[in-house]
Design a protein around this ligand. Structure first.
Ligand SMILES: C[S@@+](CC[C@H](N)C(=O)[O-])C[C@H]1O[C@@H](n2cnc3c(N)ncnc32)[C@H](O)[C@@H]1O
Length: 237
């Protein structure tokens, strides 16, 4: 018997539609305060030692929606900068009703203090490389496979992946910024794949512009996801 093939493009469309549909009630209630918060974070650029790019409006909403849907209790991030992604994820966790969430975020070149408006315990590892942060966490968490969501908005270093494999749960949700062309998102994906730690994860491309337009966004997003097959359920309706 033959099998039914579903392309990555088609699956990605379905996954993002489901993620944004799930967040739609919160979009109606929270969008003003959420996008006001994102805009206020732009003011932190004046304190940057390395003034670089931040995430787009639709990527911020995508991260908020992913965090709200999966409700991870323990989160990692590489690349804090002005904290739009950090606060999008933390706000998504908070607004979903999650209690006791923690989030560790690092930035090699910046030390910008973020205003935390959520119940998530955010630990900023300022002027700290991903390798240093992962090593500290490995020591303090005794190698337990605990972290359930990671956002990568910096370049993974050579030593990072073996440590990540020890501190992350096997079904971790991975969000990759800049997943296009020869940008860091595609490199991070290729490096993790080469290290053989993604055998049961499925690549979800960034949401298409057409889908983003349906949900009222006029910019574009380069946020891809890697979802473990156990984090997707097929339902009858
Ligand atoms: C594109 S910016 C992050 C934007 C941020 N996510 C936001 O929403 O505002 C990337 C930041 O990651 C930092 N970075 C890159 N690679 C890193 C690494 N391996 N470890 C720690 N920080 C890193 C850079 O110094 C830079 O400040």
């Amino acid at each position: 018997m033959k099998t039914l093939n579903i392309s990555t493009r088609l699956l990605s469309e379905a996954v993002w539609r489901r993620i944004f549909d799930n967040a739609a009630p919160r979009y109606m209630q929270k969008r003003q305060s959420f996008f006001d918060l994102m805009a206020s974070l732009d003011l932190l650029r004046k304190g940057a030692e390395y003034n670089t790019g931040s995430i787009s409006t639709s990527s911020a909403w995508a991260l908020y929606s992913v965090a709200g849907l999966f409700q991870p209790e323990k989160v990692l991030e590489v690349g804090t900068f002005i904290g739009k992604s950090t606060m999008a994820i933390a706000t998504g966790m908070h607004d979903s009703g999650l209690q006791n969430g923690i989030l560790h975020t690092c930035d090699l070149s910046n030390a910008i203090e973020l205003p935390n408006t959520t119940n998530v315990k955010i630990t900023q590892h300022k002027k700290t490389s991903s390798t240093e942060m992962f090593r500290q966490i490995q020591l303090s968490h005794n190698n337990k496979h605990q972290f359930q969501f990671i956002h990568l908005d910096g370049r993974l270093q050579n030593d990072d992946i073996p440590i990540l494999a020890k501190i992350c749960s096997t079904d971790i949700v991975i969000a990759l910024d800049d997943f296009e062309g020869f940008e860091k998102g595609t490199f991070n994906f290729a490096n993790m794949q080469a290290a053989n730690i993604l055998t049961d994860h499925i690549l979800i491309y960034p949401p298409s512009e057409a889908l983003l337009r349906d949900f009222g966004f006029v910019d574009h997003s380069t946020t891809a996801l890697l979802l473990h097959k156990n984090t997707i359920d097929f339902t009858p309706q």
